[in-house]
Design a protein around this ligand. Structure first.
Ligand code: CP
Ligand code: NVA
Length: 308
């Protein structure tokens, strides 16, 4: 059985095949209405469970639309409305869902919850974001970068701000797709050291600097994310804002990168906090392409997991 749990645990060749498939499927749909079925229907007869223990716009809708375009059926479920949110174990939930569904996509808090679901499910499980990582997002981001600028290999990606779950998946991707990363943010919000070690272990350069303009020098892309993630306590908001303000992606930071550097953000964004509106809506921004490519990347991930 083929789960899609993280970029560091999925073979690099498989990740590259998924990107190739995603781009081919996107090209094949060019000009079609969003609801039109794909010419091939690899998910015909398949039932997909999409479970959310946290809010979502892009992940929820892109998985739902993507599965339907491929002929599948979906159930979008809120964790709190299931017995899962009222004391039933993850293991038992996994066993029960596996009797009804062909695949489970889960957005949850603890990474351990996702891993327990995968351990006990007898159908593939996809990580739709945990406190620790967001692999589907970065697959879409690789598609996005490459359709604008060509191969990510040996490029310099700069992450500005909080070394969070999305940042960890970028570091995994650096190792698997072969690019370098510079992190710039406050020391207390440094990225997960295991993710840094993974990229370095694959021979990639990972730099950590407190100077945002120095970090941005020579960047092929500058990437950021919200200063307060869904798993962060509300009480930390003010402190985080004060710590992260110097790392806002603004026109000065973009000007320090290469002239053709892209600006990337997984969204949702808080405009004029982690990035200015001028940057988000500027000529270097590809943020809405990233959102669209969630659809195409995840369709390829669904096919990979189901072997269809
Ligand atoms: N980027 C992302 O995962 O967005 P949602 O939280 O809206 O799914
Ligand atoms: N880091 C953010 C990403 C949202 C898609 C969060 O976890 O809330």
């Amino acid at each position: 059985m083929t789960h899609f749990l993280d970029l560091d645990t999925t073979p690099a060749d498989d990740l590259r095949s998924i990107i190739t498939q995603a781009r081919a499927m996107k090209d094949a749909r060019a000009g079609q209405p969003k609801g039109a079925p794909d010419a091939v229907q690899p998910l015909a007869g398949r039932m997909i469970a999409l479970i959310f223990e946290k809010p979502s716009t892009r992940t929820r809708i892109s998985f739902d639309v993507g599965a339907r375009q491929m002929g599948g059926q979906t159930m979008v479920l809120s964790g709190k409305d299931m017995q899962l949110g009222h004391g039933e174990s993850i293991a038992d939930t996994a066993r029960v869902l596996s009797r009804y569904c062909d695949l489970i996509m889960l957005r949850t808090f603890e990474e351990a919850t996702l891993l327990e679901m995968a351990e006990h499910a007898t159908v593939p499980v996809i990580n739709g974001l945990t406190d620790a990582s967001h692999p589907c997002q970065i697959m879409a981001d690789i598609v996005t970068y490459e359709e604008h600028r060509g191969s990510v290999a040996d490029r310099k990606f700069v992450w500005a701000g909080d070394g969070n779950n999305v940042c960890a998946s970028w570091l995994h991707a650096a190792g698997q797709f072969g690019f370098d990363m510079t992190f710039t943010g406050p020391e207390t919000l440094d990225p997960n050291p295991r993710a840094v070690a993974f990229a370095r272990g694959k021979g990639r350069r990972v730099e950590i600097t407190r100077d945002p303009l120095k970090a941005a020098a020579g960047a092929d892309a500058i990437v950021t994310d919200t200063w307060v993630s869904m798993h962060d306590p509300e009480s930390a908001r003010e402190r985080r804002h004060n710590q992260l303000r110097p790392y806002q992606v603004n026109e000065a930071m973009m000007a320090a990168g290469k002239p053709d550097a892209l600006f990337m953000h997984c969204l949702p964004a808080h405009r004029n906090e982690e990035a200015t509106t001028a940057v988000m809506d500027g000529p270097q921004s590809v943020i809405f392409d990233e959102s669209e490519n969630r659809l195409h990347a995840q369709k390829a991930i669904l096919r990979y997991c189901l072997g269809v």
